[in-house]
Design a protein around this ligand. Structure first.
Ligand code: NOJ
Length: 570
């Protein structure tokens, strides 16, 4: 039987031309725990209510003390902040709201002193409409070399009054905006898969390739250890920009994100050439530099194409993030992840929260056990999380995640058990998703509220002035770092103990063997010298003998209560 005759699901995935592995197998990123800093909301040294680089530098010792290996900084580049910095107007400068290049250098130096690596965010799918190139494109007019750096097209209809195709923005509404030409006439349309302030680059144009090599080198020369690559599945668009098939167009935004086959702007095979090129750029530098793909691609076997030996090094495991708190589903996604990523010589990654999704301490408190609510949660959502249940499960889920072999990503505040902020007034919301859907999607502001450091300080220690670009709820006092520091049983101390044990026992470089003899609702495996048991069922589980290294919640003698994870010395 030929490959084409097989049903799509059973066809072998495309493999590279047997590239030589260009990594040694001992790189730091294979097992690293990487902490995501969302600069707007981490720490604000200037006191203007928006976090900044100097604030991060001051607080870095707390991350070294937590035991993470690296930090990933979401964008701090020059930007009008229409999408919180994912709309970049100058890739090689720091936005004044975050500081200066000198502040970045100081951050990098401090991180090095503390033994922390630094990863920055690269946004290659689109720029800001305030980027010099886009402004030049607007001025230069149709057919110009300047327009060819973006995706300009004539409209359909008698007078070009209709968008060139039916693509929808991920944030809601059309993915095309019509420009007014210099002579005042209604002109061409430009593509923006995200907000209209984020025009997509034309990656068929070699000048765009050159420009991004320059950007990579700029930051590599400045000593960064790697890049998290935004929308890494989106750069190339299908030839001819065909309409999305009817069925896919009627899907929800989240479905569109997850169905590359039916969406002509996701996961086009040509995108891989870009990462082979970048792999070569990184290989020119000393040390183990890393590229991590933000590619919302399923199934995992397909996401693994981004981390073939001559492409990127890591890809976020969004399948894991999207898996509900159910033992059977978690077991399969863990198996699938390890098989897919190790199949191409890459480590699996694990992640539960980031700046785009409802925090897992709230997600897991939703009933029934739902997956990621992409629309966010707000005051009028029907399903509101049970905070205590969510936190108990989140702690169990994090203890489970941190015991897995591979590399794990943490999102700022999850080590405090922070929940999503639900009660935000419409007028303070900034996420373009909220505005472009007319409020139908609450969007992502709820996971981006500045984090609490000291319970009794102004803005909970985020700064000294009390300002905060999104209001912090009073309940943040209970989660503040200083209320948890050194307190046995606190979420902060749970994370600290998990990271210490993980590192001491090399769990990130280990391998997983499932253990038999437990109920279906129980996840049980051994990783090296540690036995991990997570009880997701209603019935308490009798624990095997052994020294308890970590417990995500109180144990009942030798019995593991529901929604609790334990690590036992094997
Ligand atoms: C993914 C980023 O994580 C998200 O925050 C951003 O809005 C989009 N990419 C567009 O850059």
């Amino acid at each position: 039987m030929s490959v084409d005759a097989l049903p799509a699901m059973t066809r072998p995935v495309e493999t590279a031309m047997t590239p030589e592995p260009r990594t040694s197998g001992a790189e730091w990123w294979r097992s690293a725990v990487i902490y995501q800093i969302y600069p707007r909301s981490f720490a604000d040294a200037s006191g203007d209510g928006i976090g900044d680089l100097a604030g991060i530098t001051e607080r870095l010792p707390s991350l070294a003390g937590l035991g993470v290996d690296a930090v990933w900084l979401s964008p701090f580049f020059r930007s009008p902040q229409k999408d919180a910095g994912y709309d970049v107007s100058d890739y090689c400068d720091v936005d004044p709201i975050f500081g200066t290049l000198a502040d970045f250098d100081a951050l990098r130096d401090r991180a090095r002193e503390l033994g922390l690596r630094v990863i920055v965010d690269l946004v290659p799918n689109h720029s800001s409409d305030q980027h010099a190139w886009f402004q030049e494109a607007l001025a230069a007019g149709p057919g110009s070399a300047e327009r060819d750096r973006y995706m300009f097209r004539a409209g359909k209809g008698e007078n070009g009054e209709l968008p060139p195709n039916n693509w929808q923005s991920v944030f809601g509404g059309d993915a095309w905006t019509r420009v007014t030409e210099a002579d005042g006439s209604a002109g061409e349309w430009y593509l923006h898969i995200f907000d209209s302030s984020q025009p997509d680059f034309n990656w068929k144009n070699p000048i765009v390739w050159e420009e991004f090599r320059r950007v990579l080198r700029f930051w590599l020369d400045r000593g960064v250890d790697g890049f998290r690559v935004d929308v890494a599945h989106g750069l190339m668009k299908q030839e001819g920009l065909p309409d999305i098939a009817e069925a896919a167009a009627s899907d929800s935004i989240s479905d569109a994100l997850m169905s590359p086959e039916s969406v002509p702007y996701w996961a086009q095979p040509a995108v891989h050439e870009v990462y082979r090129d970048w792999h070569r750029v990184l290989a020119d530098y000393e040390g183990d530099r890393v590229l991590c793909a933000e590619a919302w691609v399923e199934p995992l076997a397909k996401a693994a194409l981004w981390v073939r030996p001559d492409e990127m090094h890591q890809a976020f495991n969004f399948s894991y993030l999207g898996t509900p708190w159910q033992a059977e589903k978690l077991r399969s996604v863990i198996d699938e992840s390890i098989a897919a990523f190790t199949g191409v010589g890459a480590p699996s990654t694990w992640v539960l929260s980031n700046h785009d999704v409802v925090r897992h301490a709230s997600r897991y408190g939703l009933l029934p056990k739902t997956a990621v609510p992409n629309a966010g949660i707000g005051p009028s959502s029907n399903d509101k999380p049970d905070a205590a249940l969510g936190l108990r499960r989140a702690r169990a889920a994090s203890a489970l995640m941190l015991s897995l072999p591979g590399s794990a990503y943490l999102y700022q505040g999850e080590e405090l058990g922070l929940p999503e902020v639900i009660e935000l007034d419409d007028h303070v919301r900034e996420d373009p998703t909220f505005h472009r859907t007319g409020g139908e999607s609450y969007g992502r502001d709820g996971c981006r509220v500045p984090i609490p450091w000291e319970a009794d300080a102004p803005a909970f220690g985020f700064n000294t002035t009390g300002g905060s670009w999104l209001p912090q709820p009073a309940e943040f006092a209970d989660y503040a770092r200083d209320r948890q520091e050194g307190v046995a049983g606190s979420t902060l101390e749970l994370y600290r103990a998990a990271l210490a044990s993980r590192s001491e026992r090399d769990l990130g470089l280990g391998s997983l063997q499932w253990l038999e003899g437990f109920d279906d609702d129980v996840i049980a495996f051994r990783n090296g010298t540690v036995t991990v048991i997570a009880n997701l069922g209603a019935v308490p589980v009798e624990l095997p003998e052994g020294k308890i290294l970590l417990a995500s919640g109180p144990l009942d003698g030798p019995v593991l209560p529901t929604d609790t994870t334990v690590w036992i010395a094997a």
